[in-house]
Ligand binder design. Sequence first.
Ligand code: TXD
Length: 281
Amino acid sequence: MKIGIIGAGNIGSNIASLLISQDLASEILLIDINEKLALGKMLDLSTLSVILDKNIKINSTLDYSKLKDFDIVVITAGITRKEGQSREELAKINASIVGETSKKISEFSPNAIIIIVTNPLDLMVYACYKNSGFNKNKIIGMAGELDSARAKLNLAKLKNISPINAKINVFGMHNDEMIIQTSQELSKEEFKTIKDETINAGANITKLLGTSAYYAPAAAVVKMIKAIKNGGNIIASVLDDNEISFGKEIKLSKKGIEKIVENEVYKSVDTSNFIKLKKSL
Ligand code: TXD
């Protein structure tokens, strides 16, 4: 598969590294407004591929015409959240970056599946949809797998179980209104602890690193790419008939979203903030 990555920063370059090591791409193209950064990452990643004995074509460019007929394009381009900054503050500037990028993707890779990573995630899925003109089933946002992994870690810690066995998922918006669903019996206090810790997980890392998390977000994108390649279910931000996007369980294939798995929790998602921000874009 030919996989394009727009934004060769922390998440973008880690996605590339994982794709190379897991044999998931025949060709990788890095595009970044910072050409030197993309070139440097490309040279480092190319060397990595040689060390791992992988025969993968890896390039970097700012010329979108090189993104011709790619199968999957991941958008991580944007400005990151700084300490104390809300995801929504990023909305306007990142919507214009995602919008411009999406137009280029539709021009050169009209049959691609687009994976959005840029925050504020759910709104960026909408910005991509509006600017790419793509069908809704070809645009998916990464957050649910990341938030669910964070919730699994928190549940495992609280109950002293392995995170692998933690039955807990996160749906809805990728913000403080995320919805947690678990089959594990929990007291009200325990549920609240897990919810609070999961909501704060990203901000805690940002506080420590001075930038947002990147290893786990990159791994979550790669999980989505595997589901596209081999077929499989994941949680991702997807658009509904009212052009509102939030995290739902979906069945993916090489054609895009095959099916949305219904769940009564979707009805309790608060979409008011999304609708307000959508109008302000
Ligand atoms: O769950 C989630 N979806 C997320 C999302 C989890 C963590 C971080 N999340 C968001 O992903 C974060 O708030 C950012 O909006 C994106 C990317 O995060 P990353 O950590 O990779 O940021 P970097 O390292 O700053 O990389 C962004 C790159 C950087 O190299 C810029 O030069 C580039 O984007 N950039 C652009 N590339 C191409 N075109 C344009 N216009 C452009 N603008 C910036």
